[in-house]
Design a protein around this ligand. Sequence first.
Ligand SMILES: Nc1ncnc2c1ncn2[C@@H]1O[C@H](COP(=O)(O)OP(=O)(O)OP(=O)(O)O)[C@@H](O)[C@H]1O
Ligand SMILES: [Mg+2]
Length: 268
Amino acid sequence: MKNFLLSTDTIDMDGIKCFLTAIVDITERRRSEDKLRVLSDELTQSNKELEEFAYAASHDLQEPLRSVTSYLQLLERRYTSSLNEEALEFIHRAVNGATRMHTLINDLLAYSRIGTRPVALEQVDCVEILETTLDNLYRSIKENKAQVKVESEMPVIQADRLQLTSLFQNLISNAIKFRTEKIPEIKIMAHPNKTHWHFSVSDNGIGIAKKDSQNIFNVFQRLHSRAEYPGTGIGLAICKKIVEHHGGKIWLDSEEGNGTTFHFTILK
Ligand SMILES: Nc1ncnc2c1ncn2[C@@H]1O[C@H](COP(=O)(O)OP(=O)(O)OP(=O)(O)O)[C@@H](O)[C@H]1O
Ligand SMILES: [Mg+2]
């Protein structure tokens, strides 16, 4: 079936008002819009299924892994005197591997949980959120002598309290972790625009090369070895998901060696 649109316009020709009416065939446009809608619904559904799969898989993987880890630890404890050094070293490596896998699975669970649970929107005061965040990071702030300054008024916004805390916590802990020999200086700001609140977290740390400014938001994507900086590479993937769940975007400005500013927006 064909779709038509009746479009009417008035034009002035030497003082004489003329009405122009056109019948436009919009069948193709409608068809493309319908196709896009179907594709977008399919994508949403398959993302949801993928998230549920990741959650179930990581949850079910925990149990067998726990058993592997505990038997390895039992071997290590009971047979220390009867095994030679090489065998003990192998067991030690296996325990390390299993512990690391446990961390990865936990991180994956935390990531997929954001997608499988509904966002609990409420009025939250960002001052309180930041207080909780800084409390949670107390040890790291103290050990690094980090200076965290809130440089603008913090708003009350519609958000999920736990997710917003996790967002600030990931960004501020990164700002402390990826430091140079300078004392870490972290500045937090918030400004309103028409539709969103625009937040920023900036640091004076090691910075990020332009070519990496997108891929670091992917799961388990890191730019350094664990020996240089600890972590699994899940923090920014979690931040991206949280921000998108709040109708916003996340991006960064940086210069290698010269600090980084992470920006994110939250729908008003
Ligand atoms: N403020 C920052 N300054 C410089 N590099 C950063 C900063 N934040 C993130 N990065 C880079 O982006 C990578 C990904 O960050 P992300 O927070 O996802 O992982 P992580 O901190 O390494 O591990 P995790 O957050 O799981 O403990 C980091 O490994 C680091 O290379
Ligand atoms: Mg991190």
